[in-house]
Ligand binder design. Sequence first.
Ligand code: GLC
Length: 711
Amino acid sequence: MTDSQLKNLLRDMSLQEKIEQLVQLHGGFFGDVGMITGPAAEFKMSPNQPYRTGSLLGETGASHLKELQDRIVASQPHKIPAIFMADVIHGYKTAFPVPVAIGSGFDPELAEEIASAAAEECAAAGVHATFSPMVDVSKDCRWGRCMESPGEDPYLNSVMAAAQVRGFQGDDISKKGKVAACVKHFAGYGAPVAGRDYNVTEISEHTFFEEYLKPYEAAVNAGVKLVMTAFNTVDRKPCTTNKRLLRDILRDKMGFDGVVISDYNAIGETVNHGSSADSREAAKKALIAGCDIDMMSDCYIGNLKSLAESGELDEGLIDEAVYRVLKLKNELGLFENPYKDGSEEAEREIVFSKKHRELSRRAAAETAVLLKNNGVLPLDEKKKITVVGALADDRAIIGSWAIFADDSKTLTLKDALEKEYPGADISFFADDNASDEILEKVKNSDAVIICLGENQDRTGESMSVADISLPKSQLSLFSAVKSVNKNIISLIFGGRPLAIPEVANDSAAVLEVWLPGTLGTLGISDILFGKVNPSGRLSMSIPYCSGQLPISYIQFNTGRPKPETDCFIRYVSNYMDVPNRPLYSFGQGLGYSEIGYSPVRLSSEILTPGEKITASVDIENKGKMSAKETVQMYIRDVKGSVVRPLRELKGFRKVPIEPGEKKTVSFEIDCDMLRFYDADMNFTVEPGDFTVYVGKDSLTENGAGFRILEN
Ligand code: GLC
């Protein structure tokens, strides 16, 4: 349809019909038309009214959605098709590693490939848009949804946001195998006070713009078609009715011209927040703020008509929102083909294809993070190995948002090891209790693999914890195993970093495997037996304990910086009981090959505005295995008109390197990447001294100084 046809359609629509385009309902409303019960009754909807709404969430399946679309189009006065949206966060039927793991891959091409695979599968199942990527910067692993985020760093999350938008959308969302992406949750949802989901946030203006907004901006710049508003408040105003956030920042400053959709009932919940007296005020505030679609509340459907007819609300705001929704449907090609890609034949061919199964395995191997290894890894198939811990045979390891995944296809670690190493002497005790039989077996083994952490049921939305320690049952299992065998390989499952100081101290090896997805345990077994050289790097810091939270490598010197020691020093900024730094820091991770780094070389020590300098290092693979080394570049602005972080990630590159090979890795530095919000919130760069670090993680001291001269 042409734009003028769209505008003619809009003009011909009744007010009621326009308002219905701004409502999104879940599938429970679309049962037997004659039976309006449950939520539809709560929404005071007539039997056929759900079929007049503009979009649905959570329904999939080509034949099911074709039938649903036929009923919807038939019910629509202007035959307008619905958009089918779903939470395809890190895979549809084939679940890939959770996003915090994908972030640990430090590989935007892998992230794009995963999003593209997820798009192919869900598009074949008739889905038109996905509520992904979730890109919330999250530094607090008490918050269960850090699992869904690429991690703690604004730059890494920005790179991952753009990569996933490209993967889901391609260059044309009407094309086969592509869907509209929805970046979420706008904004600052990853910073709930006390790490408790849905809580308010208290984010300074500088931190909000320097850190939390960056990944959404990257998604907007990548062309994301939808933005979802977050449940939380910013500046004491719920995001969903926050006009400065949605119009001034998102639309005017970032230039977003797509559709804004609320999170589930978030408009209605502004009454709970206490900023709307009732659903009528909530509806008015949300539309004026710039929220186009009301997901699963009855605020818009129940109030917009009377608000417009009474003159309390400018109908032009409704038209503006409806136009954006119609434009999205047009970009998806739904007016010409209301089913888009949906076809049972395509589902059979694409869903869980060999390509996607291979990707699920490879992605887990690329994103697991080897945190410690005294040489016990990689394992030799001829060794006697015992595997303990309930998680060894737990299928709930594909992520709490893998809601459409075919769980019958999930391989547990036990399944994977038995499948891949049928001839090996591996005993399994998928139990957290250390019976005498188990300990006897462990004692007589060459090595023991202990599976610790959380399965998917303890992570995800609303799954906040105050204490990120391992369960006591796992700690007692670990202590019993340690008493009879020192060659302990600890696998840490979970969607969040967990406090594992004892385990890290007493294990021979520690591998963070996250929630690896449908066939991810095959990738984990590839690492354990040396078929793959681990290359993951932490996308989130792993703290010593909950008391360090929120924590990130982005730190400030303070007026009383602590000298380099773990001892407590009075009257400086430190704890009496734990170090300041996390147990493992952002960007950390080991491989089976030692990679050497040369000192940093700069093409110049003076950076002139409008020009570039280059920071280079030579790396060398001193090991016997092919490796992928994630070379990371951090920059410190030593003095600013406001305090500046000790270092910020400004570039990274995952570099394949063969045994004995040397490579030069270079990063360009220009003034634009050094911009920050100064004392008056101007986005600018200031003259002065800078230090650039290039190394293997956020702790690297491999640095060199450069300067921007006073002009
Ligand atoms: C949920 C989540 C959001 C999801 C939406 C639709 O409450 O906050 O991430 O996309 O509802 O399921």
